[in-house]
Design a protein around this ligand. Structure first.
Ligand code: SAH
Ligand code: SF4
Length: 345
């Protein structure tokens, strides 16, 4: 595979220009064109010889849309193909305030959560910063065209992969997304979801980032959480919550906890009470969602009735909580599911 030019920031492209004896303003032109989704052959304000030299050495757009799957609720699933043939997925969700794209940070995942389709075959490989960014660029282009408005206004790192297990590439992606002349998605409009790699949550805060941090908790006690999420053996709940509090203290951003309700596993009223307790003491919010059924897994979503009781109990105890709609459910909305069903065909 050729190196990916989209992995580089304007400064790094500038260094390449300098080396080739090009004026430095070329770097900004190339950076903007790439972030609009252009292929080398479509960049018209650059001398042909320079384009040919770049094309020889680099990949411009590392992410191609393999297939789109519109859902009846307005969400759209994308299957993306990377240069080496690896398939990953994303979902575009339309809201009143804008469009949120859910992107992947790894092909597969090695965290092995019991309910998740992404982890079934383990980790294939990390995505590069440009491959994370390229998903957004590809959707912007597909939805708005090269000259159109940027369709994607918000990004959530909730596709396949554990972003904090691909730490440096994810950080570089976050910087690129906010860079001038790029896709213009700032940190306030990005959510990073983690299974709770506590030391990396602290490192993220220490590195000066202020994205919305979302922690997948899914159980209020270590016994149940360990069964669902092997990562809990390394970083038990106490450490995860303490790192979440640290993130709040450093950034001033409230932390969101994800909780997927699984019938007979984590959906009892007492567990709602325990969840309200462990997430209290600093500004937090809880997103509850009914588990998406994954056919390779035995776990089932909680009943409507227990979802309601669970939600009411959290409210009663003063927690800030929303019941999240499952968007794109009819096109295998949960992470990792679309890719699997596509490969099965
Ligand atoms: N690895 C990160 C981010 C990707 S997973 C993380 O685990 O947070 C994005 C979210 O989808 C997580 O909250 C994860 O717990 C959740 N998820 C995975 N499989 C699911 C399923 N079958 N139903 C509902 N949510 C699921
Ligand atoms: Fe990986 Fe997140 Fe799926 Fe767990 S839930 S296996 S951490 S992608």
């Amino acid at each position: 595979m050729k190196p990916i030019l989209l992995d580089m920031n304007a400064e790094e492209i500038s260094a390449i220009m300098k080396e080739g004896g090009q004026p430095s303003y070329r770097a900004g032109q190339i950076f903007s064109a790439l972030h609009l989704g252009k292929e080398f052959s479509e960049i018209s304000n650059i001398p042909k010889a320079l384009i040919a030299a770049l094309e020889d050495k680099y990949t411009a757009q590392p992410v191609k849309i393999e297939k789109e799957f519109p859902s009846s609720d307005g969400a759209k699933k994308y299957l993306f193909r990377l240069e080496d043939g690896v398939l990953i997925e994303g979902v575009l969700m339309r809201y009143k305030y804008g469009n949120t794209l859910c992107v992947s940070t790894q092909a597969g995942c090695r965290m092995g959560c019991a309910f998740c389709a992404s982890g079934i075959d383990g980790l294939a490989r990390n995505l590069t910063p440009g491959e994370i960014l390229g998903q957004i660029i590809a959707v912007n282009r597909a939805e708005g065209g090269v000259a159109g408005d940027r369709a994607v206004t918000n990004v959530v790192l909730m596709g396949s992969g554990e972003p904090l297990d691909n730490f440096e590439n994810t950080l570089k992606f976050l910087r690129l997304a906010g860079e001038r002349g790029g896709i213009c998605v700032g940190q306030r409009n990005i959510s990073l979801s983690t299974s709770g790699i506590a030391p990396k949550m602290r490192e993220l805060a220490d590195a000066g980032f202020s994205v919305t941090l979302t922690v997948s908790l899914h159980a209020p006690d270590d016994t149940v959480r360990e069964r669902l999420m092997p990562v809990n053996k390394a970083y038990p709940i106490k450490e995860v919550i303490s790192a979440a509090r640290y993130y709040f203290e450093k950034t001033g951003r409230r932390v969101i906890f994800e909780y997927a309700l699984i019938g007979g596993v984590n959906d009892a009223k007492e567990q709602a009470a325990a969840l309200a307790a462990v997430t209290s003491g600093f500004p937090t919010h809880i997103n509850i969602i009914k588990l998406n059924y994954v056919k390779e897994k035995k776990l089932r979503g909680a009943s409507k009735e227990s979802v309601r009781v669970f939600f009411d109990e959290l409210k009663r105890r003063g927690a800030s909580v929303t019941l999240r709609r499952t968007l794109g459910g009819d096109v295998d909305g949960a992470c990792g599911q679309l890719r699997r069903s596509y490969l099965d065909e």
